[in-house]
Design a protein around this ligand. Structure first.
Ligand code: CP3
Length: 351
C-alpha cells in the first residue's frame, strides 16, 4: 500500500519533513456547512446519517471539496461505541446526545461487554471502506474514538453534563465499578480502532474531551492509564505503513509530559496552551496538533490570518512535527467563507 499523494499530515506526525504545515479541523464536516445540513435532512437525522455509509462518505468529503485540507476524518460519533454496548443512544433535538439506559447499577456494569466492531459497528466499518475508496489516495483518512473516561461520562450521566455528579460520585465512592466500566470500554475502543485501521484508517485519534475535568491524580488513574493501554494495543503498522496515533485531552495542558510518555505519536492541544511552550516541553517526543481558538473564526479574515500566524510563529522553525488544527471542534455558527482565510494562511506560511 502506498502513501496518499498528499501525505503531509502523516509526515508531520511521524516527524518527517513536510512541504507545508498540514491542517484539518475538528468537526470539519458539520452544521456550519449548508451542504451538510442538506445531506442530514435527506438522511432524516444525525444518527441515521452516521448509520448510512454512502451518506457518511458524502459528508466526510464535503469540507475537502470546499477547502484544501490535508486530511479527511471519518464522519461518525464517539457515542456509537456505547450504543453498540446496548445503552440506546438517541439525540433529542437541540439537547444533544442521550442514553435510554444510563449505566449506574452494579448488575448492569457487571454485564457490560466489549462489542465486536465488525458485527455491531459494521456500518462504521463500511463507511471507512467507502471513504477510503472515494478518497482515492488523495489525502489520509483519520479514524477516531472517544477515550474510555469521556465515553464513561456520557454512559454514566446518561447524556451531556455540567457537573458530572453521577460519574464523580462513582469515582469517589465505588472506584471499582468505574474501573470495571473503563476496562471493558478500553477493550472495546482498542478493538474498534484496530478494526478501523483494518478497513482503511491511516491514522487514529482518541478524543478525551472530559479528561480535563478530573483532578491531577484522578486523571492519571481514570483517564490516562486507559488511553495508554489502548495505544499499546493498537496496530503499529498496517499494510507496510506506520499508523500514527493522536491523543487529545481537552484541558490537558498541565499533563503534556505524561500524555507524551504513553506511546502516542501526536498530542492534541486546546487553545489554552502556548504551542511553543508545549514544543519545548514534549516536542522531542511527539508531534503536536492544534491549537487555534475555534472562536477566532468569528473574527474578520485579517484577524483570522493574524491569529493563525501567531500559532505558527509560536511553534517555531523546522518543517515538521506540527499539524495545524483548532483547539476544539469548529462551531456550527462559523461562516464557511472564514475557513478559507485560515487555510490560505496556514498553507502560505513559510517557517
Ligand atoms: O471531526 C469530524 O468532522 C468528525 C465527526 C465527529 C462528530 N463528533 C460529528 C458530530 C467527531 C470526531 C465527533 C466526536 C465527538 N462526539 C466528541 C469528541 C470531540 C468533542 O467535540 O469534544 C464528543 C464529546 C461527541 C458527542 C457529541 N456528538 C455531542 C456532545 C454532540 C452534540 C453537539 C451539538 O452541538 O449538538 C454530538 C453530535 C454531533 N457529532 C454532531 C456532529 C457533526 C452534530 C449533530 C448534528 O448534525 O445535529
Amino acid at each position: 500500500m502506498t502513501r496518499p499523494k498528499n501525505d503531509n499530515f502523516l509526515r508531520a506526525l511521524l516527524k518527517e519533513p513536510t512541504d507545508r504545515t498540514p491542517l484539518w479541523l475538528m468537526r470539519q464536516a458539520g452544521r456550519y456547512l449548508p451542504e451538510y445540513c442538506e445531506t442530514r435532512k435527506r438522511a432524516g437525522d444525525f444518527l441515521s446519517l452516521c448509520k448510512a455509509p454512502d451518506l457518511a462518505c458524502e459528508v466526510t468529503l464535503q469540507p475537502l471539496a470546499r477547502y484544501d485540507l490535508d486530511a479527511a476524518i471519518l464522519f461518525s460519533d464517539i457515542l456509537t461505541v456505547p450504543d453498540a454496548m446496548g445503552l440506546g443512544l438517541y439525540f433529542e433535538a437541540g439537547e444533544g446526545p442521550r442514553f435510554e439506559r444510563p449505566l449506574r447499577e452494579e448488575w448492569a456494569i457487571n454485564n457490560l461487554t466489549a462489542p465486536d466492531p465488525h458485527e455491531h459497528l459494521g456500518y462504521v466499518m463500511d463507511a471507512v471502506r467507502t471513504i477510503r475508496k472515494a478518497l482515492d489516495n488523495s489525502v489520509p483518512l483519520i479514524g477516531f474514538s472517544g477515550s474510555p473516561y469521556t465515553l464513561a461520562c456520557y454512559m454514566v450521566e446518561g447524556g451531556g453534563s455540567k457537573d458530572f455528579r453521577h460519574i464523580k460520585a462513582m469515582l469517589y465512592s465505588r472506584p471499582d465499578l468505574l474501573h470495571r466500566i473503563l476496562s471493558v470500554t478500553a477493550d472495546a475502543v482498542t478493538a474498534y480502532l484496530n478494526a478501523q485501521i483494518e478497513c482503511g484508517a491511516q491514522a487514529v485519534m482518541i478524543f478525551d474531551t472530559w479528561g480535563g475535568s478530573l483532578s491531577n491524580a484522578a486523571y492519571q488513574e481514570f483517564s490516562l492509564a486507559y488511553m495508554q493501554k489502548i495505544v499499546a494495543g493498537l496496530h503499529q503498522t498496517w499494510e507496510g505503513q506506520k499508523i500514527p496515533s493522536i491523543v487529545f485531552t481537552k484541558g490537558g495542558g498541565l499533563w503534556l509530559e505524561k500524555i507524551a510518555a504513553i506511546g502516542c505519536d501526536g498530542v492534541g492541544l486546546d487553545w489554552t496552551v502556548d504551542i511553543g511552550d508545549a514544543r519545548r516541553r514534549v516536542g522531542d517526543q511527539v508531534a503536536l496538533q492544534g491549537n487555534l481558538d475555534p472562536n477566532v473564526l468569528f473574527a474578520t479574515p485579517e484577524k483570522i490570518a493574524a491569529e493563525a500566524t501567531k500559532v505558527l510563529d509560536a511553534y517555531g522553525p523546522g518543517n515538521t512535527g506540527h499539524v495545524f488544527n483548532l483547539g476544539h471542534g469548529i462551531s456550527q455558527f462559523t461562516p464557511p467563507e472564514h475557513v478559507v482565510a485560515l487555510v490560505e494562511t496556514v498553507h502560505g506560511y513559510r517557517r
